[in-house]
Design a protein around this ligand. Structure first.
Ligand SMILES: CC(=O)N[C@H]1[C@@H](OP(=O)(O)OP(=O)(O)OC[C@H]2O[C@@H](n3ccc(=O)[nH]c3=O)[C@H](O)[C@@H]2O)O[C@H](CO)[C@@H](O)[C@@H]1O[C@H](C)C(=O)N[C@@H](C)C(=O)N[C@H](CCC(=O)O)C(=O)O
Ligand SMILES: Nc1ncnc2c1ncn2[C@@H]1O[C@H](COP(=O)(O)OP(=O)(O)OP(=O)(O)O)[C@@H](O)[C@H]1O
Length: 496
């Protein structure tokens, strides 16, 4: 691409040396740099990208974008000084990939919980209806059915723009994207034009990064202010009216507002919920009529998720009968309230719940259909968000008959520290602490009797454990099935 036109939208402070006529690519990671490219130095949380300038030049970078000019300048290289390299990177990425988001209809979904569920269901329904879709989120990036690994819930700005360009090239028209608070705050979405922004809910998480709930709420709200920057009429913010944060988001956006909820009056409201082991029924109230629906999802929280999906599909103009028909058939994403086929009378549910709110809601949902005891395996990550641990411990013990606290990606924090943090919140003593997740699952299966439900929470779809600096293969479902084979049904679990 022509270098002058690439840099035409970037506010430069000074340029040292001559621009090459054209450049081949843009990088912010020296390890990926290829010949005749631009290397943008980002001051990260762990290292300062400026220190990798020599390595980038060695690999063939011809333009270096900096905040701090190095003392020694290489004569064959052009240095561009800017005030904010992150901002410059976003502008360069948008321009290099030719503003792909303007050629797509993009739905961004934010909130503490439900993003993966909502994006996955929207994607499945639209694809079943014949749309060419793209999806980006925690589990994967999916371009019209071709799957790619996803490193972050919301990708860094270069990966983001490259992915959107690949989607345009593949003929995708509609994209649904998980939008994390990190992604919004760290500028990964700079320049992305959304058609819809969806808000699921806001509860405590990620305070190690955001510091306070107010900051966390504000970060998520950036999706709605970004949505309102461009006043095209087809933009809509789809908001959960039952969540306190919604009123702030209404004030942060100039997009159209569509509301959904259960407790308060909303454009799309559900009432008369009926819970079953593998489905939920409810009445949907809209301006154009009432509909009794049955969806293959468990729990009240999933009714919220489905309501937000209905709003998106309706706003996209999908015929209402089609929406209802697809939603009665669609399957939940993997590791979200997933029932394991154990072959006996013990019920094993694998779920990604790793916040206080999600654990509480999942256990409430299980209580609605469980006929036996509930044994929960609860784990949380190492080296992060220690404040949420006792809260997870409290809610898990409050709502389970027995709890086993364990690890979920311990990294290099000692197991005992992680587990004791959760156990400190326990409201009764019907719990055990077993750091090794495999042993914890084996113990829960050993304890369970006929009709009991074993909730294995925290990892969901993940098929690894991050221990130290290693990623060790680990799959909750496989371990549980091995445990089932090892321990045939036993006597009652210890109570009181
Ligand atoms: C706190 C955070 O978000 N960190 C992100 C950030 O890392 P960083 O600032 O530490 O980067 P760094 O390692 O210091 O490197 C600085 C610069 O030097 C460059 N570098 C580095 C090494 C080298 O040899 N050469 C080189 O050029 C790097 O490419 C980078 O440009 O920039 C990296 C590159 O874009 C991200 O991968 C990284 O996300 C890490 C992996 C992460 O775990 N982030 C989590 C907290 C996160 O973003 N989570 C959210 C929310 C998930 C949820 O809702 O549950 C998400 O969207 O995934
Ligand atoms: N609307 C909701 N409200 C509360 N909890 C929910 C909701 N939807 C899902 N959950 C719970 O949160 C867990 C994670 O759901 P999901 O993966 O859809 O959310 P997410 O926002 O993508 O999470 P993350 O940001 O951690 O990737 C589920 O396994 C379930 O336990």
């Amino acid at each position: 691409m022509n270098t002058n036109s690439l840099f035409s939208k970037v506010q430069t402070q000074k340029i040292y040396g001559e621009f090459p006529i054209s450049i081949s690519n843009i990088f912010s990671d020296s390890r990926q740099v290829t010949v005749d490219s631009v290397f943008v130095c980002i001051k990260g949380y762990t290292v300062d990208g400026h220190r990798y300038i020599p390595s980038a030049i060695e690999k063939g970078a011809k333009v270096i974008v900096v905040e701090d000019l190095p003392e020694m300048l290489h004569e064959d290289v052009c240095y561009v000084k800017v005030r904010d390299t992150e901002r410059a990177l976003a502008q360069l990425a948008n321009a290099f990939f030719d503003y792909p988001s303007t050629k797509l209809r993009i739905v961004g979904v934010t909130g503490t919980n439900g993003k993966t569920t909502v994006t996955s269901v929207i994607n499945k329904v639209m694809r079943n209806e014949g749309y060419k879709t793209g999806l980006s989120g925690t589990i994967e990036i999916d371009i019209d059915g071709e799957k790619f690994e996803s490193k972050n819930t919301t990708s860094d700005v270069l990966t983001m723009q490259r992915m959107l360009k690949d989607m345009v090239d593949a003929g995708v028209t509609d994209v649904v994207m998980e939008v994390s608070s990190h992604g919004l705050l760290l500028g990964r979405l700079a320049g992305v034009e959304f058609q819809n922004g969806v808000f699921t809910n806001l509860t405590q998480d990620h305070l190690d990064f955001h510091g306070t709930m107010e900051n966390y709420k504000y970060a998520k709200g950036l999706l709605f202010s970004q949505l309102g920057q461009d006043l095209r009429k087809d933009k809509a913010a789809i908001l959960n009216i039952d969540d306190e944060a919604t009123k702030d988001y209404i004030s942060m956006t100039s997009a159209r507002i569509i509301t959904y909820g259960i407790k308060n009056d909303a454009d799309f409201r559900a009432s008369d919920l009926e819970f079953f082991e593998n489905k939920t029924a409810f009445t949907l109230h809209t301006d154009f009529g009432e509909f009794r629906m049955e969806v293959p999802f468990v729990g009240e929280f999933n009714v919220y998720n489905i309501l937000s999906v209905i709003c998106v599909l309706w706003d996209k103009g999908m015929p209402f009968e089609k929406i209802l028909q697809h939603l009665s058939e669609v399957t939940p994403p993997s590791g979200r309230m997933e029932t394991l086929h154990t072959g006996d009378q013990r019920n094993v549910i694998i779920d990604y719940a790793h916040t206080e709110d999600a654990i509480g809601k999942v256990l409430d949902s299980i209580k609605m259909f469980s006929r036996g005891n509930i044994i929960s395996i609860i784990g949380t990550g190492g080296n992060r968000d220690k404040d949420k641990r006792p809260k997870m411990g409290r809610i898990a013990t409050e709502k389970s008959d027995y709890v086993i606290f364990t690890t979920d990606n311990p990294l290099d924090e000692p197991y005992d520290e992680i587990i004791n943090g959760m156990a400190a919140g326990a409201v009764h003593d019907r719990f055990e602490c077993i750091g090794d997740r495999e042993q914890a699952i084996f113990r829960a299966i050993e304890l369970a009797k006929e009709e009991d439900v074993i909730l294995i929470a925290g990892k969901g779809h993940e098929n690894y454990q991050l221990i130290g600096t290693e990623s060790v293969p680990f799959n909750d479902g496989e371990v549980a099935l091995r445990a089932i084979r090892t321990y045939p049904l036993t006597e009652s679990i210890p109570t009181t």
